[in-house]
Design a protein around this ligand. Structure first.
Ligand code: SAM
Ligand code: SF4
Length: 358
């Protein structure tokens, strides 16, 4: 079992299979484009399987496939099928932007994957194009419906809160939860390192707002901003006729969930606050073959090098157990961890999300 120095049990891996993507979301990628990882530096499928096998021996049980956009990597379905065969892996799920999902849905359902998280930040076609720099929303909406209809066990919609999110979007997302077994999660936007703040970057209107919510206790917060997304979400929910907090755990992350009476789905918030770090059970594997223990730290363990140098798996396992011990208590400590002078208060990500996988 993988246990860190703060007694957190680490059993969940976010596996980013590529930095490539068919969209260019403004909060995820810089306006000038990204420098792609050299193909020689990317883990091959064989190496990913070796890494996942070793990690399963350390105590990893659940894997979420992410990216970049995981479905743009050739052969991804075969890779997921192989990962599913690793004996100790009990759950496998995927996070996707949904653009290519219809093509792969049958196979994902048959495997089966435990869940599909689909990213969608607005219900408006034009705004979607703007946020994703060109995406076609109808492909995503149909993939969401098809995922539910085909019977994927857990379908979640990830909504990053941008300043383009408005009441109409919120009401639309909330309505989806009434008759569909879908979990909509509003996610506080995080600022990537090197985020250029240019006019093309949609500004985060919510930082510090969601984090004021009390855990498991519904509490809208006041804000001096003209539009407070969390207040607006709650006021839309109130207008729709009452909701209650859900105490059951839905998923692995630090999300708070609420439900309308008799609704089939739920509405959640993913909170960017250090107090939730005490629930963190995850590590990440990057497409270029390093393990990271926190989104806000750039400390890495180079498992690719060890695999390419034919290190003994038992030694790699022992080194990973040692590496994980250095997982900081919370994101604030992560920001201080490498001591590179970045302000911990801004909680800036140390890299762009398309590399580390969200
Ligand atoms: N391409 C896939 C997708 O968009 O779902 C998977 C990778 S994406 C990096 C994983 C998740 O990270 C998405 O839900 C995305 O919305 C979220 N994300 C990306 N950049 C973010 C940021 N700056 N702040 C908060 N969430 C972000
Ligand atoms: Fe691509 Fe996902 Fe990043 Fe959007 S959030 S650019 S879809 S990796």
């Amino acid at each position: 079992m993988l246990i860190d120095s703060f007694n957190r049990k680490i059993d969940y891996l976010r596996l980013s299979v590529t930095d490539r993507c068919n969209l260019r979301c403004t909060y995820c990628m810089p306006s000038g484009g990204i420098k792609l990882i050299d193909r020689k530096e990317m883990l091959t499928f064989e190496e990913i399987l070796k890494a996942a096998g070793i990690l399963s021996e350390t105590g990893i049980r659940k894997i979420r496939i992410t990216g970049g956009e995981p479905l743009v990597r050739d052969g991804i379905i075969d890779l997921i099928k192989q990962i599913k065969k690793i004996e100790k892996i009990t759950d496998i799920s995927i996070t996707t932007n949904g653009i290519l999902l219809n093509e792969y849905l049958d196979e994902l359902y048959k495997m089966p994957v435990k869940g599909i998280n689909i990213s969608l930040d607005t219900l408006d076609r034009q705004k979607y194009k703007e946020i994703t720099r060109g995406g076609e929303i109808n492909q995503v909406l149909s993939a969401i419906s098809n995922s539910i209809n085909i019977g994927i066990k857990s379908v979640k919609i990830n909504v990053v809160i941008t300043n383009l999110l408005d009441e109409k979007d919120i009401a639309g997302f909330a309505e989806m939860t009434l008759d569909k077994p879908v979990h909509v999660r509003f996610i506080e936007m995080m600022q990537p390192a090197g985020g250029d703040g240019s006019s093309e970057t949609i500004e985060c209107s919510s930082t510090g707002v969601i984090s004021n919510l009390e855990f498991n206790n519904l509490k809208p917060v006041s804000s001096s901003q003209d539009f407070n997304p969390v207040d607006t979400i709650f006021s839309v929910m109130k207008k729709m006729g009452g909701y209650h907090a859900v105490n059951d755990k839905i998923g692995n992350g630090p999300a708070l969930y609420y439900k309308f009476k008799q609704a089939r789905g739920s509405i959640g918030f993913i909170i960017n606050d250090k107090q939730y770090c005490s629930y963190c059970n995850r590590i990440r594997l990057t497409p270029y073959g390093t393990i990271r223990f926190c989104l806000f730290s750039d400390e890495e363990y180079d498992i690719k090098k060890k695999i390419r140098d034919n290190y003994c798996p038992a030694d790699i396992k022992a080194e990973i157990a040692e590496f994980v011990k250095a997982k900081p208590e919370n994101r604030e400590d992560s920001c201080r961890y490498d001591n590179k002078g970045k302000s911990p208060i801004n909680f800036k990500l140390k890299d762009f999300m398309n590399r580390i996988g969200g």
